[in-house]
Design a binder for this molecule. Sequence first.
Ligand code: FNR
Length: 195
Amino acid sequence: MSYTPKILAFAGSLRRDSLNKKVVRVAAEGARSAGAEVTLIDLKDFPMPIYDADQHEAEGFSEHANRFQQLLLAHDGLLISSPEYNGSLPGGMKNAVDWASRANGEIKLGAAFKGKVGGIMTASPGSFGGLRCLGHLRSVLSILLVHVLPEEFAVTFAGEAFDDAGNFKDAKMQHLIERHGANVAETIRKLKANN
Ligand code: FNR
C-alpha cells in the first residue's frame, strides 16, 4: 500500500469569485486523482488579527490563527494559487503565513511549514498572469523550509480562462495545472518512501 499524501490547498485571495480559487481547485483535483487526500480551504474562513508580537505575547494565538496552524501541521504538502498585489503577495495571506510560522505552545518556530512540499501558482486578468508574485511566494516558503517544486504556473487573462463548471477552457492548461497538483502528491510519496 503506498502512502496517501495529505495536501492543504488554498488561494491567496479572499474574494468570493476569485480566479485563484478556481486555479487551486483544479490543482486539488489533480492531486486527488493521484491518490492524495486534499483539504481545500478558504482563507476567508480564517480571519485573524494583523500579526503584532506584543499581542501574540499577551494573548497568544487567536482561534483562527491556531486552526490554520493546526491544519498546516496535519498536512504533508501545500497547493497555493496566489494573486499578485502590486507586484507581490496579498497582505492577508502573508499575515496568515506569518502567524502560522510562529512558535505556539509545544509547536516550534517554523514547524508548521518545515519539510513540506509546495506547488505554487498564480492567476490574473492581465497579460503577466500575476507572474511577479511567484518569486516572492517561493522565497517566503523556501525560508520556511518548504520544498517548493521547481515548476510554477501563471494563468494569464484568467478572467476568460474558465468555463461555467470551473474548468479551464484550454485542455492543455487544465492538464498542466492538474499535473502540478499530482506532482506535489507524487513528490510527497517519494520523500516518504526514502525516510
Ligand atoms: C491587483 N491586481 C493586480 N494584478 C496583477 O497582475 N498585478 C498586480 O500587481 C496587481 N495588483 C493588485 C493590487 C491589488 C490591491 C488588487 C486588489 C488587485 C489585480 C488582480 O490580479 C485581480 O484583482 C485578480 O482577480 C485577483 O485575484 P483573485 O481575487 O481573482 O483570485
